[in-house]
Ligand binder design. Sequence first.
Ligand code: TXA
Ligand code: MG
Length: 302
Amino acid sequence: MIAIPTETVYGLAANAFDEKAVDKIYQLKNRPKTNPLILHVDSKEKLEALVSEIPVAIHTMIDLFTPGPITFLLPKKEIVPDYITAGKERVGVRIPSHPLLLKLLSTLDFPLAAPSANPSNRVSATSVAHVIRYFEGKIPMVLDGGSCEKGLESTIVGWENEQLTVYRVGAISTEEIENATNLKVHFFHSMSGKILTPGMMNKHYSPITPLKLTDNLQFELDKSAFDSIGVLSFSNEIIHPKVKKNVVLSKKGDLQEAAKNLYKHLIELDEIGVDVIIAEKLPNFGLGRTINDRLERASHKE
Ligand code: TXA
Ligand code: MG
């Protein structure tokens, strides 16, 4: 098991066919065995070797969006072990675009199983420094691929009830998918209240410091009972006596830049020891929707 860079977030990777190696990932992350892992390969052919069926719309999407930050949830072939999918019939597979990772994958004759490189429920790592802070002395190697270009996890899609279904919003926006495919995207959560995996539960991607998400920073700061507050704002700086530190996701209001900075800034605010982090909601379209999804989960109490 080693840590690997991807264009989305860093991963903890192991040979998917080596149960002991995969088990180490679960132990290290303190991840429940009921939470399945995504497989990483470097080509459509290798993806096809793992899944038994690819609906036409998904074929199109593979051609349009890979290599890239998107995961396909598809019926698994027998070759995919049950310990990867937590006994489920479908497996998540993706073809990442990070050049160093692609190079590594091209030399392997097995897929890499890799969840994000963070302890369960914590904020994903987008740099080597984050990985080391979480796992210093516990992993033999981190492959240094610089800081992650996208900064948000992959978008997870599948085909369910004859509909293109998004299970996790991610680094490819819903609008981008709809424009490229001419299909209307359905969100898994809006179709059914049931939880697919622990990873889809509300509480996730969280700093240790309590986080409050708001549309109105000024109002929230004024009424807050705390006087040492960390603020995560979208494009504007805020001056307020209770604010110990304010980080701005993108001064020019660029959603891509905001996405790339999100986890770095959340981790930074978590580490300076404030009473609470107050985060400003982003415009709810494009990557703004993904960022809001992560902040909402971060703000959930157990
Ligand atoms: O960008 C990414 O996808 C990163 C990088 C490292 O590739 N990986 C990642 O993995 O975010 P992880 O394990 O942190 O999140 C994967 C999510 C989890 O919520 C998991 O429950 C869900 O995908 N998932 C994986 N396989 C699944 C399956 N067979 N059925 C349902 N959900 C699945
Ligand atoms: Mg994760």
